[in-house]
Design a protein around this ligand. Sequence first.
Ligand code: IPM
Ligand code: MG
Length: 423
Amino acid sequence: MARNILKVKEKKDRYDVTYMAGDDSGFDMMEGALLVMEAMDLPINWHRADLGWCMWEKSNKKFGEGDPRCNTVPPETIECIKNTDATIMAAITSKAGVKGFKSAILQMRQLFDLYINMRPAKKLPGIGTPLKGDPDIDIVMFRENTEDLYSAVEFYPLPKEMFDLHPGMNRFREGKGNIAVSWRVFSEQGCERIIRAAFEYAKATGRKTVHCGNKANVIRQTDGLMKKKFLEIAKEYEQYGIEGHEENADATAMWLIKNPQNYSVYVASNVFGDILSDEASQLTGGLGFAPSGNIGETTALFEPSSGSVPKYAHQYKVNPSAMLMACKMMLDYLGLEEEGKKIEKAIGEVLVESKPGTLTYDVLRDFRNDPDWAKNAVSTLDMAAAIAQKINPAFTGEKLAAAKEKVHKMCAWDEASLIGFDD
Ligand code: IPM
Ligand code: MG
């Protein structure tokens, strides 16, 4: 039997995990998440690695602008990920229009062939949904993570000989100026493995439907392939009582608002999955609560869907929930499901109780309608500590102080502490 790709390859008594704080508020989120992990006494050895804008700057300083060795991902980070069982990362910062700059997360997805992007959107207690009628929402999206328009096969201007490849290009020949083209590449294997991952997940978790979003009605070859593979594979899973439904991805965007309770497992190509997973997460509290798992045959990398909020960098203002939900996904991956459940439960309890001194600004502003949110907000670390204490009530006083000091050191962001491009 094929192994369950959503779980670590080898069960161990103790795991090695790479943690990467990323950039800006990513450091605050990671510090908050590690504080909760400290309260849990997990069988994990943590290994620091760095990536993102901080590494881009460091490499430019070291090699000089324009040097091909400049990158957002240093070789040390790649090694560290190779040598550990799983990776957890916080948010990174990208800046548009920087020559030679390549997104760190896109590189990781390609480099480690992390072809599954698993994105749960589940209604959280104390957050709920902005939708009318308070529908139940518990959707797990499987976004293909390595192909499609993200294949980075692009042209601008389009070389002359490319116009002869397809008669459809004739109408772009004259009078339209230069042409930009991005190839949308789908492989049979790429479609098949993401669809199988979605069905296998449904089978393993007792979910009864898998929807596939596509535009095979218009985009005949790429989405046509996706639809064909989906229908073939869906047949194989009928014997397990799982129904496959394929539909237009634009229709999904509408139905997600009208009837989100009808979706359980959803599979889509890279771009449609990127867009629809943001929509689904907005129905359940937004990116501040949404985690994402990038999973492949050899390793997995978990991240919050929230950004690095540069304007709040190192001010400990951001909500640690999405980061902690990413930790929960990682613990599931490592087979520490019970520990993962504790995190989700604790976040829910803190949100429901809504005690003064436990919630970050976004929760007060966006979900509690508190006009004094700026004044009443607590720090990332205070909210993390409140969550940690739900799991371990003894995590107070000296224990808490010592853990705070430890995780602060683990996430030091001064130049000397960053690892990468070192001799
Ligand atoms: C995501 C993000 C990334 C993507 C960006 C930051 C490159 O939107 O993980 O969904 O487009 O995949
Ligand atoms: Mg996205």
